[in-house]
Design a protein around this ligand. Sequence first.
Ligand SMILES: *Cc1c(COP(=O)(O)O)cnc(C)c1O
Length: 354
Amino acid sequence: MKKHNFSAGPCILPQSVLKQASDAVLNFNNLDLSLIEISHRSADFVAVMEKARNLVLELLNLEGKGYTALFLQGGASLEFLMIPYNLMKKENGKAVYLDTGTWSSKAIKEAKLLGEVAVVASSKDAAYTYIPTDYQIDEAADYFHCTSNNTIRGTQMQAFPSTKIPLVCDMSSDIFSRVLDFTQFDVIYAGAQKNMGPAGTTLVVVKDEILGKTGRNIPSMLDYQVHASKDSMFNTPSVFAVYVSMLTLQWLKDLGGVAAIEKINNKKAALLYNEIDSNPLFEGAASKAFRSKMNVTFRLTDESKQAAFDKLWQEAGINGLKGHRSVGGYRASIYNALPLESVAVLVNCMKKLK
Ligand SMILES: *Cc1c(COP(=O)(O)O)cnc(C)c1O
């Protein structure tokens, strides 16, 4: 039987998508060829790429609003560098970053290679258990960067600052999970493997009008305009990861889109947080006002019960519940494709612990 997969990433994908993907690896579109052995320039694959890019804009309600969706490589980690390359001015370049966890810190480190970085606020002093909300963004800066969902600590931004400068957001672990006004962002990026597809491709959604203003010579592979001008096929794309992402986006659309999945995500999060708050053997790790609906972090109040709890969930067929190696405790990643029934199985284990 399939396990209840709470893995933080790579993560659970819809079972129907895995089936379609495995069929396509053997025989794609009845071509008597595998998806992964045909030319990425063939009509069959070009159609996949086009559909994937269109589905992104459609699901984010950005169609016809001056945005381009790209499927790139290098992970969200390469975007940490591509963002300053594409947005930070060569002369006196300056960017403002909000530091809300490990991933923000890594983004800050890369941006510093290209210009001045002002960290406008940080929750590092409180072990990243909350999201700072009281800060002023210097509007002379080239852009503001934030991380919508902090995968490791389990915090999530509930609102985004309004600012005149470009707003850039790392949405790796909560993209397509909730309805937002996505037109408030100028660049959104996400590694596929948290909530969209397999590892190997990175989604970048960029507002066209903000590009080409830095005065920098940007290496081709790092230049959003180069990728956009080639319809995300400047070089060989990761065909399998793009295909499976497309299938997952189609699955989401068929389900009713982001608004429909958000309702389910809210139910899953409520069920689990309710147990954490009502069961004296558990406590949440993140500040309540900033709890993530994607990565639920919690601990035992009595560490001596760890072996007993681990046995309970392992025997119930649960996978991937251990907290990030830098934090410890437990982390239940309840991404889009994780069914409500899996959360119910986990809650049942928590109730059984004596
Ligand atoms: C996982 C993660 C990353 C890193 O993604 P890679 O694709 O492994 O480079 C960056 N930001 C956030 C928020 C993440 O969860």
